[in-house]
Design a protein around this ligand. Structure first.
Ligand code: SF4
Ligand code: SF4
Length: 400
């Protein structure tokens, strides 16, 4: 086992408060550590190049980076490992900036604490296993829920770009409750003439699972499921007893299925109110027309133009999206079919197998959040890359 340890000074951020040379020196004696070095700024272009070269020159099999929060640079360093030919999951970060340098004023205590974190990380890597990334091709089709002015105008714009669109409308015909009947009638005629647009009326989505590039929508009983890369919510709003505009019940159900946070009136939150007003926090799900709050027919069309533009620039035919390799796995032997995991999974990734009476994880849908593993009363679920064994080893190194 050939482990390399790199302790970053992060300019003055870490180096001024922790004795990084001492850390490198101390860990160099640990079994399996073939190299322990310090660097001024590992995330800089020079730092990344240095790291890549050191991995290659020393045939490193495991890498520990003592630096900032993984939230900031884990992906950066994983990419460097990959470029150097090392599986990125053989790298572990120890956060000695946010968790030590910035919160522990005494240099000696800070150095001691940082050393423990680095030892923990080194020990953890002993139990790391290479995980393989897979990617799946994005589905360029689009489902639009709501066949009013907003939904139809979005569909027509997308059809102009040769995309296939399915409009799901809960009423028996398109049109909605238009503020401009002439415009609605004009759009209805135009939609009928477009071969790229399929219209399903008299139903609402009953089940939506998936993620950007690969959603699966089940529009009511006896209707075949639809696969699409993006979903546009284009339903109208209604007025409640207090005169407030609120989202209709079917819409609330959809936001729940898509796990989109909503405001007190049931309208979806936005990725950014002014920079991305038609994007929800869920990748690939957009809102237009009154689904984003009451608006005029003209505004509805403008919102649909923004939605169409965003979809055409992000959901590109042939584009591949990487799936998360750090997924959960359920042991069929240990699972007793209580379905607790199914209830806590926020991504619709778990289903119940009626024949075997156990739950299973769809690895394409799983985001590796670990909720299910924490909730399972039988210990039947293992989160890959966060196994009890890996955590135990890390703790053992830390408490030495
Ligand atoms: S929570 Fe555990 S025991 Fe219950 S169904 Fe899920 S995997 Fe099986
Ligand atoms: S790890 Fe999270 S996303 Fe994956 S199956 Fe468990 S709860 Fe669902």
């Amino acid at each position: 086992m050939r482990t390399g340890v790199f302790v970053c000074s992060c300019g003055p951020n870490i180096g001024d408060r922790i004795d990084i040379e001492k850390i490198a020196d101390e860990v160099s004696g640990i079994e399996g550590v073939v190299l322990a070095e310090t660097h001024g700024l590992l995330c800089s272009p020079d730092g990344k190049k240095y790291l890549e070269e050191r991995i290659k020159e020393n045939d490193l099999e495991r890498v520990v980076i003592a630096a900032c929060s993984p939230r900031e640079h884990e992906i950066t360093f994983m990419k460097v490992c990959e470029t150097a030919g090392l599986n990125p999951f053989m790298m572990q970060m120890a956060n000695i900036r946010e968790q030590v340098a910035w919160v522990t004023p005494d240099r000696e205590s800070a150095t001691r604490k940082a050393l423990k974190l680095v030892r923990g990380a080194i020990n953890r890597t002993i139990r790391h296993k290479p995980l393989e990334k897979t990617s799946i091709v994005c589905n360029p089709e689009i489902v639009i829920v709501g066949g009013g002015i907003a939904g139809m105008s979005a569909a027509l714009l997308l059809a102009d770009a040769d995309r296939k669109i399915t409009i799901i409308e809960k009423n028996s015909s398109l049109g909605g409750h238009p503020g401009n009947k002439d415009l609605a009638a004009h759009f209805c005629e135009a939609v009928k003439e477009r071969k790229e647009i399929t219209v399903i009326t008299g139903c609402e989505p009953e089940e939506i699972v998936g993620f950007f590039g690969n959603f699966i929508i089940k529009p009511g009983e006896d209707i075949e499921e639809i696969r699409a890369g993006s979903i546009v919510l284009a339903t109208g709003c209604m007025v409640d007893d207090n005169g407030r505009d609120t989202a209709p019940d079917g819409f609330r159900k959809m936001t729940e299925m898509l796990r989109i946070t909503t405001d007190e009136n049931g309208f979806p939150g936005r990725e950014h109110a002014s920079l991305a007003p038609v994007s929800t926090p869920i990748d690939g799900v957009y809102v237009t027309g009154c689904a984003g709050g009451l608006c005029s027919p003209g505004e509805a069309v403008s919102r649909s133009e923004a939605v169409a533009g965003t979809i055409l620039s992000s959901l590109i035919p042939g584009r591949e999206v990487e799936t998360e390799p750090r997924t959960s796995v359920i042991s069929e032997t240990l699972c007793r079919g209580c379905k607790t995991c199914l209830e806590v999974c926020g991504y619709g990734a778990i289903s119940f197998d009626d024949e075997r009476l156990v739950c299973t994880v769809n690895s394409v849908l799983c985001k590796g959040c670990g909720n299910c593993a924490a909730a399972c009363p039988s210990g039947a679920i293992k989160s890959q890359h966060f196994t009890p064994d890996q955590i135990r080893y890390q703790m053992a190194g830390l408490l030495r």
